[in-house]
Design a protein around this ligand. Structure first.
Ligand SMILES: [Zn+2]
Length: 178
């Protein structure tokens, strides 16, 4: 079942998701719905919070790198290596906006799979970026929190104005700290 994706302005996007204690049928159904929703929205990753469920779970599939979707439950970054070159990221919860962000080039992540078994995943390049983006969602963090300069913020505001974001939503973009 395709679920609605919540967008900027919905306070849930700023909340911390809770760990999943038991991987049961309800969680598996949620994961399947999220995969379906991610495909429908043409995304490469989707966190449970984005469909309004505050649980530490996300799905991810990047066609050039994976031949099947991943479901990561209670993911924890165990190791992150040197910074990547910046990559232009979008977010299904902030439509039409792209921001260049620097993240770790390689990450090692521990998580539970859909059978509740502990697993470790090592990813680099775009998959590593996607994993870090989704884990940020579970902690209530968004790409607009990663702005590094006033100039970059101004560019973002222009993008948002072009796509007719309301003033109230544009005001949610954090000010860049010096
Ligand atoms: Zn996102």
């Amino acid at each position: 079942m395709i679920r609605d994706i919540i967008t900027l302005g919905n306070p849930m996007l700023r909340m911390k998701s809770k760990p999943i204690s038991v991987v049961d049928q309800e969680i598996r159904m949620l994961a399947l719905d999220m995969i379906e929703t991610m495909y429908y929205a043409n995304g490469i990753g989707l966190s449970a919070v984005q469909v309004g469920v505050l649980k530490r779970l996300f799905v991810c599939e990047i066609p050039e790198y994976h031949d099947a979707p991943f479901v990561l439950i209670n993911p924890v970054i165990k190791l992150s290596a040197a910074k990547n070159a910046a990559y232009k990221e979008g977010c299904l919860s902030i439509p039409h906006v792209q921001i260049e962000i620097e993240r770790s080039k390689t990450v090692v992540i521990e998580y539970l799979d859909l059978d509740g078994k502990p697993r470790t995943l090592t990813e680099s390049e775009l998959p590593a970026i996607c994993l870090q983006h989704e884990i940020d969602h579970l902690d209530g963090k968004l790409i607009i929190d990663k702005l590094i300069s006033e100039e970059q913020r101004n560019q973002l505001v222009l993008q948002m104005q072009d796509f007719e974001y309301s003033k109230a939503l544009i005001n949610l973009v954090p000010v860049v700290k010096r």
